[in-house]
Ligand binder design. Structure first.
Ligand code: NI
Length: 174
């Protein structure tokens, strides 16, 4: 396993639409292993492949609490089968939008179909944090970030700060 670099906004790669995976094979499982390790190291609770520059429909997630044992989840080619009309608001963050957190309203519940780590078809009813997280990660597969759900003004302020933060990082000696 290896820790990969996480791409941060603004970066055109984060706007790419990810392609479905043909087959869940050992190479794909290696990618998922790397993604999980990268996510744990960050640390974060969810990661889409495009966030490490791979435009494939692959998501890893772990919503276990700090005192719980790890509970990795893998979603390949996820599709939303249903979303509730009822919305829920969570303060969201993203490893590709470091240090910004904002409330985002999304369907409170959803049903998702996907392939798991072994390539088996699964369906899962999601609510609470899982519903929010899977929808946030599936947005990444469409090239959408959580800041795209905010007002244009808020988004442009955030993007300016992100550009500034990137510039000051570049100036720091390696
Ligand atoms: Ni994200």
């Amino acid at each position: 396993m290896a820790i990969r670099d996480i791409i941060t906004a603004p970066d055109p790669r984060l706007k790419e639409v990810s392609k479905p995976v043909d087959k869940v094979d050992d190479a794909l499982r290696r990618l998922m292993d790397d993604m999980l390790e990268t996510m744990y190291a960050a640390p974060g609770i969810g990661l889409a492949a495009i966030q490490i520059g791979v435009p494939k429909q692959v998501i890893v997630m772990d919503l276990a609490g700090e005192d719980e044992k790890p509970a990795p989840r893998y979603f390949v080619n996820p599709e939303l089968l249903w979303v509730s009309d009822e919305l829920a608001t969570y303060e969201e963050g993203c490893l590709s939008v470091p240090e910004f957190y904002e409330d985002v309203a999304r369907p409170a519940r959803c049903r998702v179909r996907y392939l798991d780590y072994q390539g088996e078809i699964r369906e899962q009813d999601c609510e609470g944090l899982l519903a929010t997280c899977i929808q946030h990660e599936m947005d990444h597969l469409k090239g959408v970030l959580f800041i795209d759900h905010l007002s244009k003004l808020k988004r442009s302020i955030m993007l300016k700060k992100l550009v500034k933060a990137k510039k000051s990082q570049e100036k720091e000696p390696a």
